[in-house]
Design a protein around this ligand. Sequence first.
Ligand SMILES: Nc1ncnc2c1ncn2[C@@H]1O[C@H](COP(=O)(O)OP(=O)(O)OP(=O)(O)O)[C@@H](O)[C@H]1O
Ligand SMILES: [Mg+2]
Length: 453
Amino acid sequence: MRLPVPGSLRLRFLLAVSLWVALGIAAIWFSAVGIFSRHVEQSYHEELEVHVRELGGLTEIAPDGRIVLNRPLSDPRYAEPLSGFYWQVTAEGHEPLRSASMTRGSLDESIAHSPEILHRLESGPSGPAITYGFTRKGPAGEEIHFVIATDQSELDRLIGSFTRDLTIWLAGLAALLLATGLAIIAFGLRPLDRLALAFARLRDGEAAELEGQYPTEIAPLAADLNTYIRQNEAMLARARVQAGNLAHSLRTPLAIITDEAERLARHDESRAASTVLLDQASAMEQQIEYQLARARSAAGKKPSGRGVVLPDVALPILRAMERLHPDKRFSLEVTGCEGMVLALDPVDYTEVLSILLDNAGKWSRRAVTLSFVCDKTGSCVARIADDGPGIPEDLIDQAFVVGTRFDRDAAGSGLGLAIARDLCEAMGITLALANGTQGLVAELRCDAVLHLA
Ligand SMILES: Nc1ncnc2c1ncn2[C@@H]1O[C@H](COP(=O)(O)OP(=O)(O)OP(=O)(O)O)[C@@H](O)[C@H]1O
Ligand SMILES: [Mg+2]
């Protein structure tokens, strides 16, 4: 299961689910504790009322004037010392009678001054106590005060233990709800994950369109996107064919113009004009060749999703270069790139490497070095260094212009670097030329994410 990252739908849903669970659990907690406390208090009070009534019923004044009980109260806690359950009977002119549990102190009889049973919170022998009391006339007309008290802490303990159990249980329930919430989020977002994978396959060229079946909410989006991709591809293909056709159709008229200009050059009076015509015709020819080369390379291209595997990508090119320039030595250096893959089109990347290595082979004196250096930030630099004459600093920018050739003795049409820069721009990588200590150094810098092959 993927972890929610900042800004993700997963995190939004998780926050919403957490809030929802927290609110629900808090509401259950508060209402359950409230309802339970009310019920416990009520049954507690009812019990105490019964006890004080029982006390009244059992109390007698003995002939010797002592206050006595017929029999002990039915609840044994009144006999246990400082159990928190106490009773007391007092009457004027009589020795007060107290429960065996009350080994110290006494109960305030002020609550027991009415024949009706009243209650309130008093301080008892072992802390604050809920006290019930009433009064009744004795045989000699004296007021007998019956008081029963139970420690408030008893009630608190009961409610406290319930609250503790409830809290543990609800915490478990909250964890379970959150876990199921996460599972529901993962299940609900699965189609989006599949969509992301399909996008990745499309981007890497492994698929020609968005593959897979999607829920009704996303399906129209995928279908629209597929239509857009197909239309775009068709449009691109048409544009390429048209550019190629246009270039081809211009070739013959251009050849006729060149022919005519060469004929004019033979006459003194039209020589100057013919030079202009010939120069312009040659510039046009270069442009045509360039467009045809680009159209050819784009037309033959199949989407390829393997990525650029380092340093394997360079091996076949280096072998081809050794055959093309047999008198030059080509060497490969690799630093930190073993088994790495650049998320780039290998066909385009290979073409750029070929162009740069071919130039290096053409102008080097003896040796060409291709080196790959990868670093931990996820960038990779491919460096092609030769030991040739290099290019004068102020002309380096110009070398990328279609048709530029500084060395007319060497074979070539001046298109290589222009095509290489075009391809690099399309791939989102940079190509720079600089004069090194020995000759020209071409540097291809790629920040596309690297991962282990
Ligand atoms: N490694 C190099 N050392 C010295 N000069 C170079 C080097 N690479 C390119 N140049 C100069 O830049 C010019 C342009 O290079 P580019 O690759 O665009 O064309 P080309 O090699 O002449 O022809 P093509 O590549 O189209 O066959 C070359 O003609 C050459 O003068
Ligand atoms: Mg070249």
